[in-house]
Write a protein that binds this ligand. Structure first.
Ligand SMILES: Nc1ncnc2c1ncn2[C@@H]1O[C@H](COP(=O)(O)OP(=O)(O)O)[C@@H](O)[C@H]1O
Ligand SMILES: [Mg+2]
Length: 280
């Protein structure tokens, strides 16, 4: 049996390298050889690599789809990868399931940015101030901003321009803090808390420190429902600490911190899940 581990060639963080190495190791322990694929140059749509399955640690939905079309079972598949990568689609699915999340207004799709001053009054009326502005496809907290005033909201809207984005109520009670629940095959397998002392965003990238966390059933079940709704075999669900409500779902959550603070062999659990699915 041959596996592919697909990673993003442009994400060269230590967390990404760890993810890849650990997955390879756990597959090997179970007798499966794997090859790591990381494209830094254009890939050939008519020449798709061969494998029995692929572990997809990337957000390149088109390549994920190409693997599926070539008959390869991919974990996560393209549908789940897309649902999680686009924060607007995530919000649509979570709301359709009635799962708790901040009030969210999505920007309509457009190709050219045109400023409309009446929109700002509408957003402030609906969401209050401060409010959160988020790029629809972003991660590591890099596309998440806090608008404290109308002037800041206008500035952020102009800066993000025609890019797809969403506007959210600011949940201040969980400032700089969040829980992360890792879900594999619909089951919550590990949890942690992230806390940043100097930023409203709890991401490790913004100084968020990972700590062990034991979460109530309510939180774990919420994370499991989100993973199932988004059709993800593997993910990290972010939740507010002061209320069981979902911040976002990461289809390609790095598990280095979660493995370290929880002591759970996440790569091993994921490898077991994948092999069971493949052998069935
Ligand atoms: N609506 C919100 N209210 C308060 N804090 C938020 C809100 N949305 C996001 N955050 C904070 O910002 C961080 C990054 O936002 P998130 O939606 O997870 O995007 P990213 O994909 O960049 O991690 C979250 O972990 C949380 O700490
Ligand atoms: Mg996040």
């Amino acid at each position: 049996m041959k596996a592919l581990i697909v990673i993003n060639a442009f994400y060269t963080s230590q967390a990404s390298a760890h993810q890849c190495r650990r997955m390879k190791e756990e597959l090997e322990k179970r007798g499966v050889e794997s090859e790591v694929l990381a494209f830094s140059r254009p890939w050939d749509c008519q020449k798709i690599p061969k494998a029995d399955f692929a572990v997809f640690f990337d957000k390149d939905v088109a390549f994920c789809m190409a693997l599926e079309k070539a008959g390869i079972k991919v974990f996560n598949g393209s549908e789940g990868t897309e649902n999680a990568d686009d924060k607007i689609k995530t919000a649509v699915i979570l709301s359709s399931l009635g799962l708790p999340m901040p009030k969210t207004l999505a920007s309509p799709k457009r190709y050219v940015y045109e400023k409309d001053n009446s929109v700002y009054d509408y957003l402030i009326e609906e969401l209050g101030l401060p409010l959160v502005v988020k790029k629809a496809r972003s991660s590591l907290g890099m596309g998440v901003y806090l608008a404290k005033t109308r002037a800041e909201l206008i500035e952020l809207d102009e800066e993000t321009g025609a890019e797809e984005k969403l506007f959210q109520s600011y949940e201040e009670g969980s400032k700089g803090e969040s829980y992360r629940v890792i879900v594999v095959g619909g089951k919550a397998v590990a949890s942690m808390r992230l806390k940043s002392e100097n930023d409203f965003r709890s991401n490790a990238h913004n100084g968020g420190i990972a700590e062990k966390a034991i979460l109530s059933k309510e939180y774990l079940s919420l994370a499991e429902k989100a993973a199932e709704g988004l059709k993800l075999d593997y993910c990290g669900v972010d939740l507010f600490c002061d209320q069981p409500s979902i911040i976002e779902v990461n289809g390609n959550a790095y598990f280095e911190n979660a493995e370290r603070v929880s002591g759970i062999n996440i790569a091993g659990v994921y490898a077991e899940y994948i092999l069971e699915k493949i052998r069935r």
